[in-house]
Every structure is written in structure tokens, then in C-alpha cells.
Ligand binder design. Sequence first.
Ligand code: F6R
Length: 618
Amino acid sequence: MCGITGYIGNRDAYPIVVNGLKRLEYRGYDSAGIMIYDGKNIQLTKTKGKVSDLEVITNKEEERKKGNIGIGHTRWATHGVPNDVNSHPHLSKSSDLVIVHNGIIENYDSLKKELITRGYTFKSDTDTEVLINLIEEVKKEENCKLGKAVQLALNNVIGAYAIAVFDKTKPDEIVVARLGSPIAIGVGEGNSEFFIASDASPFIEYTKNAIYLEDEELAIIKLNKGIKVRKIKDDSLVDANIQKLKLSLEQIEKGGYDHFMLKEIYEQPKAITDTFRGRMLPDEGLIKMSGIDDHLQKFLNANRIIIVACGTSWHAGLVGEYLLEDMARIPVEVEYASEFRYRNPIVTANDVVIAISQSGETADTLAAIKLAKSKGAFVFGICNVVGSSIARETHAGAYTHAGPEIGVASTKAFTTQITLLTLISLKLAKSKGTLSNSAFRMYLQNMQLIPNKVADLLKIDDKVKEIAAVYKDAPNCLYLGRGFNFPVALEGALKLKEISYIHAEGYPAAEMKHGPIALIDENMPIFVIATNKGHYEKVVSNIQEIKSRSGKIIAIVTQGDTQVRKIADHVIEIPETEEALTPLLTTIPLQLLSYHIAVMLGKNVDQPRNLAKSVTVE
Ligand code: F6R
């Protein structure tokens, strides 16, 4: 959580840092701040609220914007409530040093007490103010330069961080470091300018050259001289690897849509195609995935597959369980990464772990991966963000290639994760012989039709909007599904909760009678996924049970369905496909529904309260 940006070069730093913060606002948006160095003085502006609130202040005082060096921060509060004082950047006692920080310093309390005995006082409740004063104290004690002081201080820190530090007394450099939180450095022509950010989106229009710091690395960025990267622990020099970015500006803008979430929902036909492009070859009857091909025996000989993930990615993992067990007949367990990492799980070298994460930065998932690796398991990653921490930490993996997902509520990440899990399941099923050749080919042909079917489904947006208008004021909603569509019910409920703040529960349809049925009355909307294969008749019975208790039914059915239409209050039709592939379709109207309800309720769809896109704290 939290986004950090920085600039050092010959241009005005302010627009670069502020626009960078706007692109990083998905990471946290309860306060924002900026430091601009004008050649003599540090100009510090920070406020509770969004980057737009920060701009209201800076627009009134133009001198706050003048200077070629700057750092900025957009916050998701951990230590201390969101207010002006707790906002970053933070100054050291002498006001010479300035810091922005993403992460948590776990031992900040003991460090703070020690610093207080040495005469330091603190204005904020943050761990970050402790860190900048620790750096100042070390710098004074050791009589060393900023880079060394940061390194020595970090060796006394327990926790996670991505930091950028500036020292007024040495104003030609910025020091950055990371442990557990990401940091990218954009490198301008001839070392004439450098950009710092939590991801590359803030500097994509300025340079395509980027260095991604690894954990426990520190970089001293010196104007016109270049970058020196060192290991924080032992001071050894590291070869900084400059990568060419493939990201484009167009990909990270709204492109005419009102919200990123809507854009991302509409991008799904393309995103799903991009996920299987070059991997799924229906004409040849083949699925090629180097991450699996290179380690096929590990998968085929695995005792079981353990899927670890959080939130929406966990829901995709649950679909993966149904797919892998049904097609490839491999036992699968799906674990919340946050539980798995702390519950002393039994993991052996014969297990394969699949970690799923859109951002590739989720702290709990990362920790679960490290734990599984320490127990000898082979770990395969499914990530969207290329070069992310999880992508690097896993033994092998596959990218979803969904393109940047900026809306905080995950949409295209979910369907592309399911697409990949379907490919993996089919591939393993074919290798194991648990699926016949003809069934395998049939699935590939059906998969190939999915993007067009998603595109067709998006055309019923107006109808979904009408249904949204009817139920937007409901205080509670139930989502029911069975089999492959049980996880979709969970995901539908999560989407509604996240962006409209309406309480919603997802349940396996048959479980309803074991408790939730008590909630049903004429005010309760129930979204039921009732596609025509799988457990159709059973779900129809569940719908009857709801109707007998006056619940309102909004059913997602297969085109041409007549039975459910007779009972339901509303029906939304999806195109016909194989049951195992229906989650890729049934999800779409539920995403649209949540979106429209949230818009009608006037909620901030792309930045829902209390959430952040990238959860880099545990
Ligand atoms: C829901 C959502 C979150 C994430 C979860 C995991 O819309 O976005 O529940 O799915 O925080 O994030 P990743 O996939 O980045 O590990």
C-alpha cells in the first residue's frame, strides 16, 4: 500500500511527481504529500485527502511547485490516522532529511523510545518519522554520507519498506531502498534525469528504461552520474539490470470510459485473448506453456496442488480447484495465503504450490510462497504484473497478460486468471490422459469462442443497468451458485461489497437451507447462477425454495432457458458453453451489476473507501 514517486533532473519536478501520484493513487488515497527542493529550500506540502486536494493547496502557492527535485506520496494509513501531520513526506529533526515510505517498520516503537532518549521529538504517529530520524542519528553518529546512513539504519529495522530519501545538504542525489515493497527507477538519457516510483506507470511517457530494485537493495541515484545499487546487508555492489518497458501510456489511461473499472470490464474479450494467445493452439490440438512444459513431471507427479492467494485471486483459485480436479484428477487445496503462512501447514517436496496474484506484490501471498519454498515445494506463479515480486520469487510461472488493472475492484484479472487455470488444467489432463483427445479439442474450440461470447454479453449492459436500478437500495444481497459457479457467487458478492458498500454474501446454493434461508423475505434480492448444465435441476429447486419465501430472484441462465424464466423476477442470459467454462461468462453481468449500483449510489468506483489495489502489508 501507499505509492511513492520522485524525480531528479532538469525538468520541473512538480508536474512529474504530482501526475505520478495520480497514477499511483490506486495504491492508497487517504492522504497525499509532496516535497520540492527549489535549489535552496525544501517546500513541503501535505494534506489529508486525495492528490486533487493537495493540488488545491499547491495551486494557491505557485512557489511550492518550483524546483527540479521532488518526492511524493499517496497514503493508505497504517500507523496513525489519515491527517495532515501523519501524511508523508516526513522531515527529520534538523529538517535536512526528507522521506517517503511505503510499508511498515515493525520495531518502530523501540526505535522511537531510543531516539527519544537521544533528544528526538516526534510530530506524527508514524513509523516513517521514526525511520527518518534514525537515519539522521546514524548519519550524525557515523559522520557518513546519506547512502551509508540509510544502509546502516535499515540494518536496524524490522519490517517492510520502499523508501526515497533526500538530503538538503547534498542535493544532487536521492537514495532509495526496498524490502518487501516495490520500487522502480526510470533512467533518462545519459543519466540526465531519474524517476522513482512504486511502479513504472508514473514515468512511462518519459523513459522506457527501468531498473526494478530487488529486496534488500539500496540505490544511490546521482544526477548526471548514474545509479549505484548495493546490498543493504553486506554493502556489496550489485549489477543494476536495465529493463525495456513494454507498458504504453494508452494502457494506463481511461480511454473515454467513466471509470477504470468499466474500461477493464470491457477489456475482457481482449484480455482473455491475450492470455491464451500463443499458448492455446486449437488447430494443432496443443497447449504450449513453457512454465508448465519445463516442469511437467513436477505437476504430473505431485501428491497434490495447493493454491494460495487472497481476495478475488483466491476466488479464481477456487475455480482452479474445480477445474484441476475435474479435468486432471489431481487433488487440490485452496488456501487463503494469510492463513496458510501462519498455520504451520503440512507441505512437502512432493507438493506443487500455485500462487495467484494480480499485482504480484500481495504480502501474504509472497510470505506463503516463501514458506512453501522453505519446505521444498515447487512454486508456480500466476501474476499479471510483469517483473513483480511474486513473479520473481516463484520457481516458474505464467503471466495473465491482462494489461494494467487500475480499478481497485479486480475484474479482468479474475477472468484471465481463470483462463490460465483452465489452460493449465487442460494441459495437465491431456498429459495425464484423464481427458480424451476429442474432449480436449472440444474444450480448446470452446475456449476460443469465449472472447466473442464475453463481447456479446457486454451488449446487455443496459439491461443489467435496469436491474441495478431496481435493487440499488437493498441493504443486503445473497449470491448463490453451485459447482464451477460457486466461486463466481463469492466473487459477485465481493464486487458488490467493495464498491457499493452493500452487505452481500456468496454461498453454495445448496447450503442456503443450512442457515442463510432465514434471511430471506420480500426485501432480499438473491442473485442465482443457474446455467443449463451441471447442477441445473438442483439449482432450480433452490430457486423454488427462495420463491416460496418471497425472495426476489435475479437469475443468470443460459440463452433459451424457459424453466427459470417462469419463476425468476429477472433473468440475464449468457451464451451457451461448456459448464467448466461458464465462470468466464457468468462473472460478467455480476461485475456490471456491481459497477452500476455503485455509480447510482454515487460511490467512488475506482477508489472505494478503506481499500488499496496492492496490499503490501499483512
Ligand atoms: C478484489 C481485490 C482484492 C485482491 C486481493 C489480492 O476486487 O482486488 O481482493 O484480489 O487483494 O490481490 P492480488 O491479486 O494483487 O494478490
